[in-house]
Design a protein around this ligand. Structure first.
Ligand SMILES: CC(C)(COP(=O)(O)OP(=O)(O)OC[C@H]1O[C@@H](n2cnc3c(N)ncnc32)[C@H](O)[C@@H]1OP(=O)(O)O)[C@@H](O)C(=O)NCCC(=O)NCCS
Length: 323
């Protein structure tokens, strides 16, 4: 059977690092409060010349280099983002142009923080359905542009960045020993839309709007939703937490990551954590964390890796793959 195998990975971060102490004089907060409640110590913030498209392009080029491929080898680009350069055209098409690619097709996918998990799942279906042989999947965000910098309960939580992988159709035996995507589960429930949303849009206010969140409400639902969708993914593949080599969760909050891992019985040393240095980069958080763990040698070819995310909507999901 066809399996969607990861061939390369890359990432890109804005030049500027904003530490917790840099919020002094911006809002009333402290390094201690932010670290204790979230685990975040710093985040990268895009300059005017750094956009979702430019960061996405840089991550894409790094992933292609890592795979030993060029844009000519791609059939499809899927960009997960909630902070596109323009309302339209899709920023994926902008990145396609920046890469000098005039064949194939490209589109954006909007599932907020779950965007990358949704995009990998979609790419897997295009590959297994024979519509593409190689897909570039990118998560790129500039959340700093939609933050209310007067709202201390949200502006300290997010950062900017991009991560990308190249996925390729390969032959598998149909067992969980195969490399590639082995199982995936996606969910959404719009009854929670007011807990985490942006208060503007083309069809309502005609403005971009700012991020609004009931943090405590999001927190309350997060662990249960994450663990449910992971258990559904385990059931599809017939595995348990003990079989995993690495857990790469969405990087929103260290307390949510710890509580989810504890509930699932995933050992602490198998959990990849980058929220301390990146903050919550929404759809970019999972590929950025993956890129860190691949670059430092933790994730190796053949390892069983679980990706998970949860975000506005709510949307949530998990992907199990063998690297
Ligand atoms: C946002 C979050 C860190 C807040 O932590 P919390 O323990 O729930 O804190 P609360 O919202 O109950 O606020 C506690 C107090 O801290 C204050 N506070 C909020 N932000 C603050 C900040 N940056 N610095 C200092 N104090 C702050 C609040 O005003 C509140 O004060 P009050 O008690 O006088 O009203 C936490 O709810 C969270 O992480 N939620 C999940 C958010 C998330 O991950 N979203 C993304 C999902 S994709």
């Amino acid at each position: 059977m066809i399996r969607s195998v990861v061939r390369g990975i890359g990432s890109a971060l804005p030049r500027r690092i904003m530490k917790n102490t840099d919020f002094e004089g911006v809002v009333e907060t402290s390094d201690e409060w932010i670290v204790q409640r979230t685990g975040i110590r710093q985040r990268h913030i895009a300059a005017d010349d750094e956009t979702t498209a430019s960061l996405g392009e840089a991550a894409a080029r790094a992933a292609l280099d890592n795979a030993g491929l060029t844009p000519a080898d791609l059939d499809l680009i899927v960009l997960a983002t909630s902070t596109p350069n323009n309302t339209f055209p899709a920023t994926a098409v902008d990145i396609q142009q920046r890469l000098g690619m005039r064949h194939g097709f490209a589109f954006d996918m909007q599932a907020v923080c779950s965007g990358f998990v949704y995009a990998v799942t979609a790419a897997d279906l295009y590959l297994r359905g024979g519509q593409a042989k190689r897909v570039l999947v990118i998560g790129s965000e500039t959340f700093s542009r939609i933050l209310d910098w007067n709202d201390r309960s949200t502006c300290v939580l997010f950062g900017d960045g991009a991560g990308a992988i190249v996925m390729e159709a390969g032959e598998g035996a149909g067992t969980i020993a195969d490399r590639g995507v082995l199982a995936a589960s996606l969910r959404s429930d719009g009854t929670h839309k007011e807990k985490l949303y942006v208060d503007g849009g083309p069809s309502t206010t005609g403005t971009v709007g700012h991020l609004r969140m009931e943090g405590r409400e999001v927190f309350k639902h997060a662990v249960g939703m994450i663990t449910d969708v992971i258990e559904a993914t385990y059931a599809q593949a017939g595995i348990t937490s003990a079989d995993l080599d690495w857990f790469v969760p969405h990087q929103a909050n260290k307390r949510i990551i710890d509580a989810s891992a504890r509930k699932l019985g995933i050992a602490e040393e198998k959990v990849v954590v980058t929220v301390d240095r990146h903050g919550n980069t929404s759809a970019a958080s999972v590929p950025l964390a993956l890129a860190v763990a691949v670059a430092d040698g933790r994730i190796k070819k053949g390892d069983l890796v679980l990706l998970e995310a949860m975000g506005g909507g709510f949307t949530w999901g998990a992907v199990l793959l063998r690297w």
